[in-house]
Write a protein that binds this ligand. Structure first.
Ligand SMILES: Cc1cc2nc3c(=O)[nH]c(=O)nc-3n(C[C@H](O)[C@H](O)[C@H](O)COP(=O)(O)OP(=O)(O)OC[C@H]3O[C@@H](n4cnc5c(N)ncnc54)[C@H](O)[C@@H]3O)c2cc1C
Length: 427
């Protein structure tokens, strides 16, 4: 069998994780992939490698699905799209739009694979918008024995809720089916210098003022630096933009002087474009380098959101040397067992850090202590320092997920150090 030259990078996108895998493979057919899985004693698959920790790593064989031929099949009766497990949102979004379809939401970068994003509970923003994994209605997956399984919301009911945000622990997903919505146009509006006092006093009102709202703060002054509102357009018509937002003022492109403009979706306030040109922060035509970026994110129940933000604000001085920006978003509750929004509407408090790893890991326990009264759930794909038992304890369906792991992978072929630490019942 000819296995294609592995294209997999030996490190993650941010370059803070050097993969320890002994072998890297990029099969070109499903049959090759099945053989590789059957032959391996330890194996994982890496998507775009955008996670900031070792969740994708393995001591054995690390697979990339980049070698598989790309396809998108649209089912116009079911309003779903199916594509292979190595494909990114960049691969699928324009195809869906041309076919008259859209996805309900996206994260800030379309550069991730769809399934890699869903496996870690990736989300965008919006009071009514759930984590991206909620869009997934079916998976084709190869299990540890090399068998091709068909799994779906319709046929697997309750258990399917544990299969999409699954940290890559159950097998290698070869096909993903997602629910579609009719395509739509959006506009966005950027405001600067939002008084923190206003944000804390009128948080719910502000977050409800668009289809998707993000607030960015560095916690270094009395102001949040940035507000980003994404509006879904009825009749595809742009609507007038207000010059002010709760004390913040409308801005042009000057705030992004440090970003090459072609990298980001921000072009001009109040101009209509397809959903995938407005929902993410990063432009689908860009390539973004990761060595200067680190990220962490914690989710608290919506009812604790404002108090949690106050607690973060009190730490402004202590994070001054590492904070690039915090992005505050809202996520609607879902039923996915390992989702941070499992049965609770959430506020996501995301931190983009300067790439000073030692300082970040010194600060994370301080941040986590401050958030502890609000029972934060960490983002599975970002940096955190919480004790493994605390992580497990924050996910009420963890025992069910552990049972699913044992059922799908009794020999622990897909088990890696990360899963052993944070998920395994014996850890
Ligand atoms: C610039 C940037 C912006 C980001 N913005 C957001 C954001 O807005 N919101 C948010 O929530 N997160 C965000 N993230 C985090 C990111 O979405 C997650 O880390 C996501 O998991 C990355 O997807 P990936 O394709 O790179 O997956 P990887 O990091 O490669 O893998 C993640 C997990 O998925 C598993 N996996 C991948 N492919 C398969 C497969 N075919 N079958 C089974 N398992 C598989 C891997 O084994 C691993 O466990 C951002 C990250 C970056 C770098």
């Amino acid at each position: 069998m000819t296995i294609a030259q592995a294209k997999t990078g030996r490190q993650n996108w941010a370059t803070n994780v050097q993969f320890q895998a002994k072998k890297f493979e990029a099969p070109e057919t499903i049959e090759q992939l099945q053989e590789i899985i059957q032959a391996a004693s330890k194996i994982r698959v890496v998507g775009a490698g955008h996670s900031f920790n070792d969740i994708a790593d393995t001591s054995g064989t690390l697979i990339s699905l980049d070698g598989l031929a790309k396809f998108v099949e649209i089912d116009r009766d079911q309003h779903t799209a199916t594509f292979h497990g190595g494909m990114t949102y960049i691969d699928i979004a324009p195809v869906l739009h041309r076919a008259g379809y859209g996805l309900a939401n996206l994260s800030s970068t379309p550069h991730t694979t769809v399934i890699g994003a869903c496996m870690t509970g990736t989300h965008g923003s919006g009071d009514g918008n759930k984590a991206l994994a909620d869009q997934v209605s079916a998976l084709e997956m190869i299990n540890a024995d090399g068998e091709l399984l068909q799994l779906s919301r319709a046929t697997h009911g309750e258990k399917f809720k544990g299969m999409v945000v699954a940290l890559g622990g159950l097998g290698v997903v070869t096909k993903v089916t997602v629910d579609l919505v009719p395509t739509y146009l959006m506009q966005h509006e950027f405001y600067r210098q939002l008084p923190l006092a206003n944000m804390l006093a009128q948080f719910d009102e502000m977050m409800a003022s668009g289809y998707s709202v993000s607030i960015g703060s560095r916690w270094q002054s009395e102001m949040a630096e940035l507000v980003l509102i994404r509006r879904k357009l009825a009749d595809d018509q742009a609507v007038p933009v207000s010059p002010a937002f709760y004390g913040a003022t409308l801005i042009g492109g000057e705030l992004f002087a440090n970003y090459p403009m072609e990298r980001i979706t921000f072009q001009e306030n109040g101009t209509a474009a397809p959903w995938y040109e407005r929902l993410p922060f990063f432009n689908i035509r860009s390539t973004i380098a990761g060595e200067n970026e680190r990220q962490s994110e914690y989710f608290v129940a919506r009812k604790h959101g404002v108090d949690a933000l106050r607690a973060v604000n009190a730490l402004g001085d202590q994070m001054s040397s590492i904070i690039k920006i915090t992005e505050i978003r809202t996520i609607a509750a879902d039923e996915l067992w390992l989702s941070a929004a499992y049965q609770q509407d959430c506020v996501g408090i995301h931190f983009s850090w300067v790439a000073k790893d030692e300082e970040i890991y010194r600060f994370l326990p301080i941040l986590e202590d401050a958030l502890a009264p609000f029972n934060p759930r960490p983002h599975w794909g970002k940096m955190f320092a919480m004790a493994p038992a605390d992580v497990r304890g924050r996910f009420p369906k963890m025992a069910d997920f552990q049972a699913l792991l044992s059922e799908f992978d009794p020999q622990g072929k897909f088990m890696n150090d990360y899963l052993a630490k944070y998920v395994s019942p014996s850890a």
